[in-house]
Design a binder for this molecule. Sequence first.
Ligand code: PFF
Length: 451
Amino acid sequence: MSLQQGNPSAPGNNDRFSSAGFILAAIGSSVGLGNMWKFPYITGEHGGAAFFLLFIICLIIIGLPVLLAELAIGRAGRGSAATAYVKAGGPKAFAPFGLLQVIAPFIILSFYVIIAGWTLHYAVLSFSGKLFSDSNFSAQFSAFTGGYMPLIWQLIALALTGFVVARGISGGIEKFNKIIIPGLIVLLIVLMIRAVTLPGAEAGISFFLNPDFSKLSAEAALVALGHAFFSLSLGMGILLTYGAYVDKRQSLGSATLAIGAGDLIYAFIAGLIIFPTTASFGIAPDTGPSLVFIALPAAFSAMPLGAFFGGLFFVLLAFAALTSTVSLLEVPVSYVMERFGWGRTKSVVVVTISLLLVGLPSILSFGMVPWLDNIAGKSFFDWLDFITSNILLPIGGLVTTIFAGYYWKGAAEAAGLKSGWFKVWIFTMRYIAPVLMLLVLLHTSGIIKFE
Ligand code: PFF
């Protein structure tokens, strides 16, 4: 591997995505744990199908235009996320906001990879049948997360991620997604068929697909928009970084549509797995770890061939998580290569070791070190999730819309849209998206509240 391989700032570097490889890698980044453990819960809380409709609207009207902007800025800058705005021709004042979009995915990865490790552990536990030998899933989960085993699984997840990223863009990230995504699709279909054919599944399907518009509210709209951003991996420097590896001839408009469609279909099928399963076993479509690692194992344990389907489910989650962790890791790695002129492998090693250190308090906040479990009402892990998803992510989105809408002279050429579509896009960037992003930020940071 050459020392400069994959360094977007290195002169003459040609490590680029192929057209299909890029779309798959971006879908891989968007498809993640969020669709499986945040999406069902917030959908359940905000009226089921009506909320899903709102999510689709937010994704199309705001998510896709911002996605296109990030990719176009990334491709125009051909640098890391930190320098993308300035290298694309923007004022120096944008530089700190670029750097913020390197720090944010680094922090996200420090805790996201812990959960990726849990999913690997649960896949093994499920296939071996051990998970189902004791029906107290809550106690099993606490015993596991409060012990030292998560450290080992986090290390495995991080090593896998680092290995892929160290192999570069076309030979690593692209190849990995080309192998994993077809597997992910097969698993999704198998698990969806299993879920919708469970006895009593209809109640879950109808909750997910029959809209109750009375539950819609301004709050639901902001939650839907925030989740569309999280789910598309926006505002986190990921698409700025991936954009730098996209060929000049690639149509960003059609890539954006394909990525949006991929994420939407995944969210839809995730809903068709979670809602029928939880309805069939009379459990709440809860959020986060308690849904995935406690409620669903209870459901799997009660169905025929449960260990097999449970195992498949955790492999699905692990696949979805790892295609996201590679995209998260590429952001700081590309920054370090650009900033210090290091080779890819050295950068991966340094960033990965730093991640282990930064992730340590998160992993210890599940019971090993009691005070980390409750810092002003949240665990260390929850604080990192809160700050990154609710504050840094909307700031990242806001900066992109303001940059593309007001400060970017090269926008028309870089976005490559036909004149009519360009007008719609730039109007969204100037007048709609920044206002809505600001509202999301004020809402998620708790400054505005709805009763
Ligand atoms: N989009 C992925 C998910 O929904 O899980 C991964 C992800 C990327 C999450 C970036 C959050 C984020 F800020």
